[in-house]
Design a protein around this ligand. Sequence first.
Ligand code: IMP
Length: 180
Amino acid sequence: MDNKTVQLHDLNFSTSISAEKIAERVEQLGVDLNLDYEGKNPIFIAVLNGAFVFTADLVRQFKGNCELSFVKLASYAGTESSGTIATRIGLEAEVRGRHIIITEDIVDTGNTMFHFLQELAELSPASIEIASLLVKPDALQHELDIKYKGFEIPTDFVVGYGLDYNGLGRNLPDIYSLIH
Ligand code: IMP
């Protein structure tokens, strides 16, 4: 992959995972999901905003019936997690007794996912699993079982493929990491 750099606001980023590599990995995750959820009509719940690209690609790998819902949670300002979940909108789907696959762009400290899991569990779904394109294992502060994981990455701030830095970068097809 040719190394590309991009400037967003005051920061510079360089390519870290190419669009081709992402597509390959998403296809493999699709294979796993098709095996595990055959005939189960799962509900994919996408965590906005970042997961919109990953979710769009992932659900199109799913061959059976499935439903899709969106929630908005936020714990980030700039490049630092604030540790609090500020907002939650959405979740119109009836999740009781249903198989849920939460789709996330990235699990960093795990705060967002930890709290959302608790909230979701109260709605008595049949099962809940997490599909996250990226995981930063060294930043994790909660024990989370992430069954469908795209890539494990170092604790660097990344943008692209849905991920932003203060609003910019979501449209980039590749994933870029911050140049220090
Ligand atoms: P957590 O609660 O610390 O796990 O953070 C989860 C959320 O923070 C993700 O859904 C992203 O929206 C955002 N986030 C975490 N790390 C990054 C990053 O490296 N780039 C962009 N957004 C990030």
